[in-house]
Design a protein around this ligand. Structure first.
Ligand SMILES: [Zn+2]
Length: 95
């Protein structure tokens, strides 16, 4: 193990309020000499993904909105349902 660090993760809303998960994760060092990843962070299956700042469930929700509405209407709906995300993020998820 290399270090521990705090990670903040946006999650699906509860009772119409935004939720942030404060997660303490471990960073490991890979000892395999041929490996390109020198260090890598622990992931929680079904909750986190590499580099993502939102939970798997929230990202799935954004993708559903993006596919259904795309762009500006999707961003408005996401904002109104307390899972607000920018138009550009929704479009990026769509791609
Ligand atoms: Zn490795």
């Amino acid at each position: 193990m290399h270090a521990r660090y705090q990670r903040r993760l946006a999650e699906l809303p509860v009772g119409g309020r935004r939720v942030t998960i404060h997660l303490r994760v471990r960073r490991f060092v890979c000892v395999a000499p041929e490996c390109a990843l020198r260090t890598f962070a622990e992931q929680v299956p079904g909750l986190t993904a590499r580099y993502a700042r939102a939970s798997v469930a929230l990202r799935r929700q954004w993708q559903t909105i993006a596919v259904a509405l795309a762009g500006r209407p999707g961003a408005r709906l996401a904002a109104r349902s307390a899972i607000g995300e920018s138009r550009s993020t929704l479009l990026r998820l769509l791609r």
